[in-house]
Structure formats: structure tokens, C-alpha cells
Write a protein that binds this ligand. Structure first.
Ligand code: UD1
Length: 418
């Protein structure tokens, strides 16, 4: 296992290019299951999660070409398994995305329940209820969901809560269903819109993606297509905070600023300068930020995937801030590690009360999940002294070439084998 050693204190300066979005790449790759023709995808990032989904698609019989270079081609013309095994699903919840496409095209799917297996704490109940509405028979057996349906039927589905992968799963399932499906209270995240764009290129008839009402007219057959996934808005936001937290001057290229309006607004409120063009964002800080309150929401609200990074920034802000997590129950695991670096944060339920301190000090810390790891990197960049982050594989799941990109901006960061 690798660890990262960061010597903090240097303001980051320069230009960095953002990678393709992990959360758009994963469903796009899975969409290849919907046709026997080839799907060519551009800007797929080299990430742990991408390798995991390739492993799963290979397991099902999808042939994958160009995994180490551009573009990647996926062809599902010889699917001979219909099961997503526990070993693969447990490391990555998004593996559950194969359920809808397998069921729609082959009439059956068996997918392990995501990590921990407890449907109550990491639920996919909304995916399953919606598939049942489309006529699938769903049963649970030995930690696996088994779904069957000779042909899914179009239905009107109102999600009880907004779910990103749930919306994507159902949208994919509905493309090959008999009749029209309408998804109400659908997730509006840009990654959903990007998947709809790919599916429409494959011959699907989807309207309304990016709004809470999506309508999908089913068809009997989809064909091959070529598509470039959108830039990663969480990676973009993470570099924005990196500039702010180090009092630096960073221009982030090949991004889509309009996907980050909530982050931009909050950063401006802290006193940081943010300038945008159509495809780049420049963030200029002077080392001082004001405390601001943050409440996470589904898109276009402030993304839960940016909460940990903003918590790191708030830990050195002037004044106090209240950070409320409304999307996930247990998403303050980075706080204990930030405390080890001298932060002053109290968590009560799903709210963190942050009292800014003048400086953080470097310390050995442990990455606990993907975005928590990013917040520790940011804290390490701002801290005085050396921060050692272990369990970096969490970071590698979602950030492409993170240390090379930070080195390019003048950070002192090194990866060593533990
Ligand atoms: C996706 C993103 C993840 C992001 C999250 C919220 C991918 C691969 N991952 O995760 O990075 O943090 O959206 O923006 O795109 N829920 C249920 N029942 C369900 C499904 C979800 O109760 O069947 C709950 C979840 O527990 C959570 C909330 O709904 O509290 C939102 O989860 P969801 O949007 O489904 O997250 P993911 O799609 O897993």
C-alpha cells in the first residue's frame, strides 16, 4: 500500500488540466452492455474505479480494448455471465449499475448487494422498487439481488428520494423496455445528462435528462456509438479549493464552470477570487478565507462530494462555519483526521461546527474514503510541516495522476510504498 508524503506551506501556482469525470465514465462504460456493437469512449480517466468496472465488464464477457490509452472500446457481443460478484461490488457501489442493462437486454441479472450488504444502510431499494414497477421480479438470495423479466415494460416511476445511480440504472433499463417510461423526481446531476447523451447516440429516445422528469421511449435495439465523457467537476472543485487553501493562483483547464456554480459561489463568499471562461476557472487566494456555512444538496446544490474538501478549507478560515450534510448519513470521517492536524471541529449528528484555526500542522493521517482523502491532501498542502497520508488507494479510486498534477503546481508531494 502506498502513502503520500506532503510538505505543506507552498502556495500552488500554475495551470492544471482536469480529467474525464469518474461518475460519468462508469455508467458510460456500463452502457456498452445494452448493445452487441462497439462503444468508443474518449476521456475515460485512469482510475481504480475504472479498473474495477473493467474487471466486472470483462467478467460478464465484454471485450475491452485500449484500457491504457485513448479511446477505450467496449463490445458486449459475447455476454455469457449475468452476475456481478460480491468481490467486485463490495469495493465499488457503482457496480450496481449493471443491473438495469443486463435485465433489459438479457432478461436476467444477479448482483451482489453493495458493500456491507445491509440494504438498510447502503440501500439500493429505490433501484429495485423502480425495476419492479417495470415488471421485474426481484428476490434477495444469499446477499445477492436476483432480477428477472422476459421484457421490461414502460412505467411511470416516482422516486421516493433522488438517487444518481438509481436514475442512471432505470434510464438504461428503460431504453430497451416495451413502451414509454417516465422517471419523476429523477436526479439532475450532469453525469445523468451525459449518460442520456450517450444513450441517445446509441439510438435511445430520452428526453428531459438534467431535469426531475425524464421520459424514455423504449426501443428493441441499440447500436454502437462514440462519446466523450464530461470533465470531472469534483476534481475541478478539489483543485479550486487547493488554490484557495494554499493562497495560490491556479487555472484549471478543460473543465465546465457551469457545473460548479454552487462551489464557485461559496468560494467567492470566503473572499477568494474566481474567474471563469467557458472552459477554464482561475482561483486566486491570498491565504485568508472567511468562514461560510454550507449545506449539501443534490445538483445543482452544493455537492456532497465537495463537502470534505470545503471542511478542510473551513478549518483554517477566519471565524466559524456550520457544515450540514444532507445527502449521506456518515460523511464526516475526515474530521477525526483533521483534528489530528490541529483543526477545531465538532460533529453533532449530520452537522459539523468548524471553528477556524490560524494554521494546521502536519501529522500522520489515514484516508478513509475517496473524498475524505482529498480533504486530507488539501489540509496537508496548507499545513506547516509534513503530513503522511496512508491508505492512498482510496484517493486513487477517483483522482487521476493526483500527485503529478499537484507537483506541476509546485506542491511538495511524494508517493512511497508503505
Ligand atoms: C452517486 C455518486 C457519488 C455521490 C452521490 C450523491 C456515482 C458513481 N456516485 O452515488 O459520488 O456522492 O451520487 O451525489 O455516480 N438512497 C436510498 N436508496 C437507494 C439509493 C440511494 O436510500 O436505492 C439514498 C442514499 O443512501 C443516499 C442518497 O439516497 O443517502 C443519495 O444516494 P445516490 O444518489 O443513490 O448516490 P449514488 O448514486 O450511490
Amino acid at each position: 500500500m502506498d502513502k503520500l508524503i506532503i510538505r505543506g506551506g507552498a502556495p500552488l501556482r500554475g495551470q492544471v488540466e482536469v480529467s474525464g469525470a469518474k461518475n460519468a465514465a462508469l455508467p458510460a462504460m456500463v452502457a456498452s452492455l445494452l448493445t452487441e456493437e462497439s462503444i468508443r469512449l474518449h476521456r475515460i480517466p485512469q482510475l481504480g474505479d475504472v479498473r474495477t468496472i473493467i474487471g466486472l465488464l470483462n467478467h460478464l464477457g465484454v471485450s475491452v480494448e485500449g484500457r491504457d490509452r485513448e479511446p477505450i472500446s467496449l463490445r458486449a457481443d459475447r455476454i455469457d455471465r449475468f452476475e456481478a460478484p460480491y468481490q467486485l461490488v463490495k469495493t465499488m457501489r457503482a457496480s450496481v449499475l449493471v443491473l438495469g442493462p443486463l435485465l433489459a437486454r438479457f432478461g436476467r441479472a444477479r448482483v451482489s448487494l453493495p458493500g456491507g450488504c445491509a440494504i438498510g444502510t447502503r440501500p439500493i431499494n429505490l433501484h429495485l422498487a423502480a425495476l419492479e414497477k417495470m415488471g421485474a421480479t426481484v428476490s434477495l438470495d444469499a446477499g445477492y439481488v436476483e432480477a428477472k423479466a422476459p421484457r421490461l415494460k414502460g412505467a411511470r416511476i416516482t422516486f421516493d428520494g433522488q438517487t444518481v445511480t438509481g436514475t442512471e440504472n432505470l434510464m438504461m433499463a428503460a431504453t430497451l423496455a416495451d413502451g414509454v417510461t417516465v422517471l419523476e423526481n429523477a436526479a439532475c446531476e450532469p453525469e445523468v445528462t451525459d449518460l442520456a447523451a450517450l444513450l441517445n447516440r446509441m439510438g435511445a429516445r430520452i428526453e428531459g435528462a438534467g431535469t426531475p422528469t425524464i421520459s424514455i421511449e423504449g426501443t428493441s435495439h441499440l447500436h454502437g456509438a462514440e462519446h466523450e465523457v464530461i470533465p470531472d467537476r469534483v476534481e475541478t472543485g478539489t483543485f479550486m479549493v487547493a488554490a484557495a487553501i494554499t493562497g495560490g493562483d491556479v487555472t484549471i483547464n478543460r473543465c465546465l464552470p457551469y457545473h460548479l456554480e454552487a462551489v464557485t459561489e461559496k468560494l467567492r463568499e470566503t473572499g477568494v477570487r474566481v474567474e471563469e471562461t467557458d472552459c477554464s476557472i482561475r482561483v486566486v487566494g491570498d491565504g485568508h478565507v472567511r468562514g461560510v456555512n454550507i449545506r449539501t444538496h443534490p445538483y445543482p446544490g452544493f455537492a456532497t462530494d465537495m463537502q470534505a474538501q470545503m471542511t478542510a478549507l473551513m478549518s483554517i478560515a477566519q471565524g466559524s462555519s456550520v457544515i450540514t450534510e444532507t445527502v449521506f448519513e456518515n460523511r464526516f470521517m475526515h474530521v477525526n483526521e483533521l483534528l489530528r492536524m490541529g483543526a477545531d471541529i465538532k460533529v453533532v449528528g449530520t452537522t459539523a461546527f468548524v471553528h477556524g484555526v490560524p494554521t494546521l500542522s502536519g501529522a500522520p493521517v489515514m484516508a478513509t474514503d475517496l473524498r475524505a482523502s482529498a480533504s486530507l491532501v488539501l489540509a496537508g498542502l496548507a499545513a506547516q510541516g509534513i503530513t503522511t497520508i496512508s491508505r492512498v488507494y482510496h484517493l486513487d479510486r477517483g483522482y487521476e495522476s493526483i500527485e503529478q498534477k499537484l507537483l506541476g503546481l509546485g506542491a511538495s508531494i511524494e508517493r512511497v510504498a508503505e
